[in-house]
Design a protein around this ligand. Structure first.
Ligand SMILES: [Zn+2]
Length: 112
């Protein structure tokens, strides 16, 4: 089998783990979004040629196909909505390895 060098830019993201669960799709950085993405991704050095996998985007930001007359036609290649920004599993340095991404506190400044 040929080995692919595709790799997600997010440092904590090991896509290989997921290949049995789910198909992982990669998105390259839209040139208009490069700056915004650099701001939300903790890891430095994001380039226009970098790729992020679909795990970092909310469902609503991924266009998987289109509906024409009540029939869903999936795209061969998923796309991102214009202005979509990665929000999930960005490899924040919050320490906890296996905390679920669903439960995240809204404000971090309430530590007593
Ligand atoms: Zn990833």
């Amino acid at each position: 089998m040929g080995r692919k060098t595709k790799r997600c830019f997010i440092s904590d993201c090991y896509v290989q783990k997921d290949k049995e669960n789910k198909e992982v799709v990669f998105f390259s950085v839209p040139s208009l979004s490069l700056k915004a993405w650099q701001e939300v991704i903790p890891k430095c050095g994001l380039l226009p040629t970098s790729k992020l996998c679909s795990r970092h985007f909310e469902e609503a930001d991924v266009i998987k196909g289109r509906v024409i007359q009540d029939i869903f036609y999936p795209y061969g290649r998923w796309r991102l909505k214009a202005g979509a920004i990665p929000k999930l599993l960005l490899g924040t340095s919050n320490g906890s390895r296996s905390s679920s991404a669903n439960a995240r506190p809204k404000s971090q400044s309430n530590v007593v």
